[in-house]
Design a protein around this ligand. Structure first.
Ligand SMILES: Cc1cc2nc3c(=O)[nH]c(=O)nc-3n(C[C@H](O)[C@H](O)[C@H](O)COP(=O)(O)OP(=O)(O)OC[C@H]3O[C@@H](n4cnc5c(N)ncnc54)[C@H](O)[C@@H]3O)c2cc1C
Length: 413
């Protein structure tokens, strides 16, 4: 089959659907190709099925969370920031809100609402959606794009948008197909790392603390060259290591280090940022009021019981005895552990469990004002396929929608 469209979009995720809608609203004939049998599979899984579609940060702060290349997003966010995105969804029938004043969800707290609305809008605009069509190659004459080939068909077009996502959670469609397509047009792809995922640790004692969520944990890398890397948030121990919001965010920094070193030593503060001195003075205050408290009870004024018991074991402390009856060496060790507990990351489950990909198509060869390739005319990129990744909290979807919107304008701002 050989058909002519103004635009072919590859990938029906957040970025690709937004690009298709934007172009169709501007009067373009649009074909959207999706390799899975249905659209928006990853979008459906976002936010635990609730879809944390954006957050309420101003653009400057938002971009700062993406690291040194964050400013690449400026033109896209100028076209579609979080307020515009909420307005966009309102117009297609989806009210959204930020119950905690920060993370934005559809009021239904169901990602299906988002997907249904996008699908309805595409239908109303006449976007042709073909599922079970895996794009395998890109056609260009060295100057401009000419078409795209799937396993069974060839589609001609003057404009092609690659919105194929990254490599994480491959069961949800994105398996890195966009990278060779971009390379075939002369683009570079950076190193790729799995990110936003649980981590495995050498220490296994945490398995006994699995039942508790530990709030406001601080994690930092205990390596001279990387001392600046740190993160704060809730942590949950697993059978094999650690997970929870702070781990998801921190894993973006850890997986590149793990590819260089076999192990990454971390220090964890489970006492909401208290240092040794503050912990000693806190215990002194508690004991002044209740001198009979044993060490376990004392520790439980700061930590869950399970973690208190494990730290006692590590320090060689008898939990049922009062602090004054412990050996001096063990007591000192306990205070050190309470200030900074060592944990050693030694693995992860790879892209299978990675919510996002760190790395992607190099930004150097993409025009941030249009998302168009600087190498081949008519070739555009949007979403996670590019080398930008943000933390948890609606960052990655906002970026996907905003870049999709800008790409869909096909340079006509
Ligand atoms: C479990 C989970 C929860 C998440 N929760 C959130 C959240 O709450 N908030 C947030 O901001 N971010 C979240 N993220 C990250 C966010 O979902 C992604 O960054 C975002 O969806 C990327 O959008 P995209 O359109 O670029 O790519 P994708 O959504 O991955 O879409 C790419 C599409 O392209 C298709 N495709 C790939 N190759 C081809 C090909 N060769 N031919 C045709 N089609 C192809 C894929 O099947 C897929 O449908 C989460 C991720 C996961 C895995």
């Amino acid at each position: 089959m050989s058909l002519n469209h103004d635009l072919v979009v590859v990938g029906a995720g957040a970025a690709g659907m937004m690009a298709a809608i934007t172009a169709a609203r501007n009067g373009k004939s649009v074909l959207l190709l999706e390799k899975l049998s249905k659209i928006g599979a990853k979008l459906k899984a976002t936010g635990g099925g609730r879809c944390n579609l954006t957050n309420t940060l101003d653009n400057e702060t938002f971009m700062s969370h993406f690291g040194k290349d964050g400013r690449f997003m400026t033109p896209a966010l100028e076209e579609l920031d979080h307020k515009d995105l909420m307005q966009f969804f309102k117009k297609i029938g989806v009210e959204s809100h930020a119950p905690d004043g920060y993370r934005v969800f559809p009021v239904t707290h169901s990602s299906s609402t988002i997907i249904d609305a996008l699908q309805k809008e595409m239908h109303a605009l006449g976007v042709e959606v073909l599922c079970s069509q895996k794009v395998e190659s890109l056609e260009h004459d060295g100057v401009k794009v000419t078409g795209i080939c799937t396993q069974t068909d060839t589609f001609q077009a003057d404009n092609i948008i690659i919105a194929t996502g990254g490599l994480g959670y491959p069961v949800l469609g994105a398996e890195g197909d966009g990278y060779p397509l971009a390379e075939s047009a002369g683009h570079k792809v950076t190193e790729l790392y799995p990110a936003m995922m649980p981590l495995k640790t050498k220490e296994k004692w945490g398995a006994n603390c699995r039942a508790d969520t530990i709030a406001k944990v601080e994690l930092r890398v205990d390596m001279k060259k990387y001392k600046k890397l740190h993160a704060k948030g809730d942590l949950i121990f697993t059978r094999e290591g650690i997970r929870g919001p702070v781990v998801l965010d921190f894993s973006r920094e850890i997986t590149p280090l793990l590819s260089k070193f076999d192990e990454v030593p971390l220090l964890a503060n489970f006492t909401k940022g208290m240092n040794e001195e503050q912990i000693r003075s806190h215990f002194k205050n508690v004991l002044t009021k209740d001198p009979q408290q044993n060490t376990l009870d004392l520790l439980q004024t700061l930590l869950p019981e399970s973690l208190s018991l494990e730290l006692c074991k590590l320090a060689g402390i008898a939990p049922a005895l009062s602090l004054s009856k412990q050996e001096g060496k063990s007591r000192d060790k306990l205070f050190k552990l309470l200030a900074w507990t060592p944990l050693t990351v030694n693995g992860h489950d790879g892209f299978k469990m990675a919510m996002i990909t760190r790395g992607g198509i190099s930004l150097k060869e993409i025009d941030p004002n249009t998302m168009q390739s600087k190498k081949i005319k008519g070739l555009y990129f949007c979403g996670e396929v590019m080398n930008l990744d943000g933390p948890c909290g609606g960052y990655n979807l906002q970026w996907s929608f905003a870049s999709g919107y800008l790409a869909g304008m096909l340079g006509n701002k």
